[in-house]
Design a binder for this molecule. Structure first.
Ligand code: DC
Length: 210
């Protein structure tokens, strides 16, 4: 079973994907990490984030095994990832690794922006997670605060709005719900309630075991 979870920044899709993967015993790929790692490799090499050739070579050079996920989850890398993710050649370079992950025997859970639309249009279950910009900024400010980053709610709200615009207005694989995705609004839901809602949706939709 392939479960595709998409949605904007800080909508709760990563937490939900992790919980669902543990519950169904499936491997999980947070595809945002691929774009974050690409951006980090470029910044570490003092490359401009607009340099297409350097971006493609950074994306091709990624090894999933080398990811220090924690180091990639900060504010700066989220913004930088959104910039490199708008380069079509970077997306192309990262397609195969995501598709291969999705097609592991038994299936997988992937979360990102274009999983249900581009990476796995054939996914068995597609969930598009949304939440108000205020709720998302509150969650992200809390999370970054816990990481020790000094941030204000106002700055994070501005980041979120800018990222929403960049991610949904880019030409290639923009953030949008697949026509057959189920929308889950987590604005007023606890992590547990969102998980239970998704679980019952999946149990209704998923293919019968052979
Ligand atoms: O989910 P995240 O915040 O870690 O993602 C960081 C950026 O990476 C996001 O703003 C856009 C980009 N991204 C993408 O374009 N496609 C994906 N499947 C995942 C992330």
């Amino acid at each position: 079973m392939i479960i595709a979870i998409d949605g904007p920044a800080a909508s709760g899709k990563g937490t939900l994907a992790k919980r669902l993967a543990a519950y169904y015993g499936l491997p999980h790929l947070d595809t945002g990490l691929l774009y974050r790692a690409t951006a980090k490799a470029m910044l570490d090499a003092d490359q401009s984030l607009q340099n297409i050739e350097a971006a493609v070579s950074a994306a091709r050079g990624l090894a999933l095994i080398d990811f220090d996920a924690d180091a990639l989850r900060g504010r700066e890398m989220g913004e930088a990832a959104s910039i490199v993710a708008a380069i079509p050649q970077v997306r192309e370079a990262l397609n195969a690794v995501q598709r291969n992950f999705a097609h592991r025997p038994g299936g997988a859970v992937l979360d990102g922006r274009d999983i249900g639309t581009v990476i796995c249009p054939e996914a068995d279950v597609k969930i598009f997670v949304i939440a108000s910009a205020d709720a998302r900024a509150q969650r992200r400010a809390l999370e970054l605060g816990q990481r020790g980053e000094k941030v204000t709610f106002t700055d994070i709200l501005a980041d979120i709005k800018q990222r929403d615009m960049r991610d949904s207005q880019r030409m290639t694989a923009p953030l949008k719900a697949a026509a057959d995705a189920v929308v889950l609004d987590t604005t007023n839901l606890s992590v547990d309630t969102a998980f239970q809602a998704a679980r019952s949706m999946i149990d209704r939709l998923r293919p019968e075991p052979a």
